[in-house]
Design a binder for this molecule. Structure first.
Ligand SMILES: O=P(O)(O)OC[C@H]1O[C@H](O[C@H]2O[C@H](CO)[C@@H](O)[C@H](O)[C@H]2O)[C@H](O)[C@@H](O)[C@@H]1O
Length: 362
């Protein structure tokens, strides 16, 4: 998006109006009718019809973004207008705690492999992403879990950052939505040979993400409450602390940066816009890669369990349901469209479920 003065000529009156508009760069090049490609602040001349098309196209797109931003973390009502919906949703996605015995009997004779999302799954959602610590009790539980089952953390965060929160060297880590995978650096009986798994699906995008991160920081700097995070192979624009009235403006700013990078795409998480490479790689692909690295590529005797709370975790839930192997557990207090089979309400329930798995396996 560039700020440009657009001269609108009215054929009836012959009057030329100069209007400053934000024009997507991709469109300004194709729609400028008379002058060469303009720089910021210069003039291009377009018909009124073209201007309406530019603004119409743009605002429809931005409106749909804002709608989606609203849906990205539903408001929790104090009264319970959702309780009927919740009850019927729970029938489709029962609590993994209530269904524990059935889950165990489905896994009989198979190797359980655990995949855990981080934010909202192992740690509660908080306003400041740098303060999303997991409790010592959760860490101790995950440590025990990894003694009995191969365990991976699969996060949208940069791998080093999520490692600094979890601090367990015996786990697999897939950071940047699975685009940066590393095996245990010590002490896992599942570690294959001396080689540690290391796979980076989008390494050529590193400089581009760095550039985009800086552009996002710059363009959003006057929006109060916004937070841009560099997740190495992707970037996050957090709007949890941005006034809802400003969401449209913010979406427009992010869109304008994204327009310059056709090799990047946008996904959404909980009050966060995520910018990442268009490559076909996501948490689902990471799950498949890890199963393969563990030697379970074409096995029927493996039982993967993926626990996550976010839209980006759906890619992994979908893989499991398509493979008809293991199952997904969605962490949510409200009904959501999901490919997961079961649900848990919050990280404390995740911890209870993991403890029961450990107790059962001991
Ligand atoms: O895949 P995840 O491990 O769930 O990571 C997804 C994003 O999580 C973080 O943001 C979310 O948690 C923050 C802390 O609780 C919260 O403030 C934010 O609103 C949530 O979207 C993380 O900061 C992002 O980089 C991750 O992509």
């Amino acid at each position: 998006m560039t700020q440009q003065n657009v001269v609108v000529s009215d054929p009836k009156s012959g009057i030329n109006l100069t209007i400053p508009v934000k024009v997507p760069v991709s469109m300004s090049v194709t729609t400028a009718t008379q002058k060469p490609t303009p720089g910021p602040g210069s003039c291009i001349t377009v018909s009124r019809k073209t201007l309406l098309e530019i603004n119409g196209h743009n605002s429809a797109r931005i409106n749909s973004w804002v709608e989606s931003m609203r849906a990205s973390s539903p408001t929790h009502h104090k009264s319970t207008p959702l309780s009927d919906d919740l009850n019927s949703w729970m029938v489709q996605h029962p609590s993994a705690l209530d269904m524990f015995e059935q889950i165990i009997s489905a896994s009989k004779g198979k190797q359980i492999v655990m995949f855990l999302d981080y934010d909202g799954t192992l740690s509660p959602i908080v306003e400041d992403p740098d303060q999303a610590f997991m409790s010592d009790a959760m860490r101790a539980t995950v440590r025990k879990l990894a003694r009995y089952f191969p365990t991976a953390i699969v996060s949208g965060r940069c791998r080093d950052k999520v490692y600094s929160f979890v601090r367990l060297a015996e786990l697999y880590y897939a950071g940047s939505h699975g685009m940066d995978i590393k095996g245990p650096s010590k002490g896992s009986k599942y570690k294959k040979g001396a080689q540690t798994v290391l796979f980076q699906a989008a390494s050529e995008f590193l400089p581009m993400i760095d550039e985009v991160y800086k552009a996002l920081v710059d363009i959003t700097k006057s929006t109060e409450g916004v937070r841009v995070e560099n997740n190495k192979f992707c970037a996050s624009v957090h709007f949890r602390c941005v006034d809802e009235k400003k969401w449209g403006e913010l979406a427009q700013e992010v869109r304008s940066v994204l327009n310059e990078y056709p090799k990047l795409r946008l996904t959404q998480g909980r009050k966060v816009l995520e910018i990442r490479p268009i490559i076909k790689w996501d948490k689902g692909k990471a799950l498949e890669f890890l199963l393969e690295s563990l030697g379970y590529a074409n096995c029927t005797d493996v039982f993967p369990v993926y626990i996550g709370d976010d839209r980006t975790d759906e890619d992994a839930f979908k893989v499991l349901s398509e493979r008809d192997q293991g199952f997904g557990i969605l962490v949510s207090k409200t009904p959501k469209d999901t490919h997961a089979s079961y649900s848990l309400q919050e990280p404390s329930e995740v911890m209870m479920f993991l403890r029961r798995l450990v107790e059962w396996k001991k």
